[in-house]
Design a protein around this ligand. Structure first.
Ligand SMILES: NC(=O)c1ccc[n+]([C@@H]2O[C@H](COP(=O)([O-])OP(=O)(O)OC[C@H]3O[C@@H](n4cnc5c(N)ncnc54)[C@H](O)[C@@H]3O)[C@@H](O)[C@H]2O)c1
Length: 356
């Protein structure tokens, strides 16, 4: 697989690929950015990586570490270790590592090469691909950043085996989203895999689903790197999903990004049915599947009011309008659909009935 900007490989022999990298770049030029859980669970897949301790920067795990202090520490680390224009950074970790590491590389000495080695399902199918890099700033998520593509992305699906279930299902939600915007065939296969197959026992099939998911993302970004048209379709489920995620975070209720997006897709399917005549049968079938997999979320009256406020503050909206992605059919998605406060309230009324 190749975009104009980076080579993306789904690999089978991690040790060999890393050996090749260490032959291509001299050892002193390679720097690794990672987090504590990757050290525990993934480093042992390559001797070269284990042995490059002095050039390795380890973050604490978690979203809150994608911040300016850590970015600054990475720059200091690179300066201290005498990184130069010929150096290359390996971002070895989930979306947090790929985002902050990619941004550090893109800004250090006006930009040095970086390679993403994603270790979560979400980063293998989404965050490591597409060139978005950055950090959170104050309380704003992904507020500071730049679009800049990695030299290469090395995807080794076996890493997923040590991921905990919540993170695994968070990643599945992005694959489901890729199905909704690309077509029924992939969507039904993803649902069937999640509901009936065992990942450990069927890593070959899993590898194939990852590869197709990556290709779907590449398809939507290839002509729209800067998000002005087709790339927006990758935000299906995210208008409601982001607001649900923010509400849960603000009220100390735990939710993963993917689980919030999965529920966001139910709301956006409801509005797709109401406004663009998306098939009622498909809407009901797929909503039930999402609820079977991700459970049901309960919302109080004031939650819905808060969600509406949060949605009006989403940075993807312009002129105080809420714009979202809706589907005419599975695989036929449209962007910039305006939705009203009443639409949101009606979709919540419907969602509540699903639990009865
Ligand atoms: N750049 C983009 O296009 C893009 C797209 C989507 C999401 N993102 C960003 O990605 C981030 C979320 O990514 P994520 O879900 O990968 O989160 P993450 O990087 O925080 O990883 C989730 C957790 O899993 C642990 N982990 C990672 N790999 C593991 C493994 N193989 N085994 C065991 N534990 C492992 C991590 O240490 C962490 O605790 C967010 O910051 C989001 O903004 C970016």
């Amino acid at each position: 697989m190749q975009t104009n900007e980076s080579k993306i490989n789904i690999i089978e022999d991690f040790e060999k690929e890393i050996k090749n990298l260490f032959e291509k770049y001299s050892k002193s030029k390679i720097f690794i950015i990672s987090d504590e859980n990757i050290v525990k669970n993934c480093f042992h897949f390559s001797h070269e990586i284990v042995n490059l301790k002095e050039n390795t920067f380890i973050l604490n795990a978690g979203e809150s570490n994608k911040n300016l202090d850590n970015l600054s520490s990475i720059w200091e680390f690179l300066i201290k270790r005498k990184a130069d224009k010929k150096s290359v950074i390996l971002n070895f970790g989930g979306g947090v590592v790929c985002d902050i590491g990619g941004f550090a590389a893109s800004t250090f000495k006006r930009g040095i090469k970086f390679i993403n080695i994603p270790t979560t399902l979400l980063s293998q199918t989404d965050a490591a691909i597409g060139g978005k890099t950055g950090i959170n700033f104050n309380s704003y998520k992904n507020e500071i950043g730049i679009i800049n593509f990695p030299e290469q992305v090395l995807i080794f699906p076996e890493f997923i085996q040590t991921l905990d279930n919540e993170e695994l299902f968070s990643g599945y939600a992005e694959m489901i989203k890729h199905g909704f915007i690309s077509g029924k065939e992939f969507l039904d296969e993803v649902f069937a895999f999640i509901e009936t197959e065992n990942l450990q026992a069927n890593i070959g099939k899993f590898r194939n689903l990852i590869e197709r998911s990556v290709n779907i993302k590449l398809h939507f970004i290839k002509n729209d790197i800067f998000d002005s048209g087709e790339r927006k379709l990758l935000n299906f489920g995210h208008t409601f999903g982001h607001a649900i995620e923010s509400l849960f975070n603000e009220t100390n209720r735990k939710i993963t990004h993917g689980k919030a997006v999965a529920h966001g897709m139910i709301f956006e399917l409801f509005l797709s049915n109401q406004k663009l005549n998306y098939s009622l049968k498909d809407f009901l079938d797929y909503s039930q599947k999402i609820i079977r997999i991700y459970g049901f979320l309960s919302f109080k009256k004031e939650d819905i009011k808060n969600i509406i406020d949060l949605m009006f503050h989403d940075k993807k909206n312009s002129d105080d309008k809420i714009l979202t992605i809706l589907l005419k059919e599975t695989g036929i998605a449209t962007f910039d659909n305006e939705i009203s406060k009443k639409d949101i309230e009606e979709s919540f009324n419907f969602y509540m009935q699903l639990s009865k």
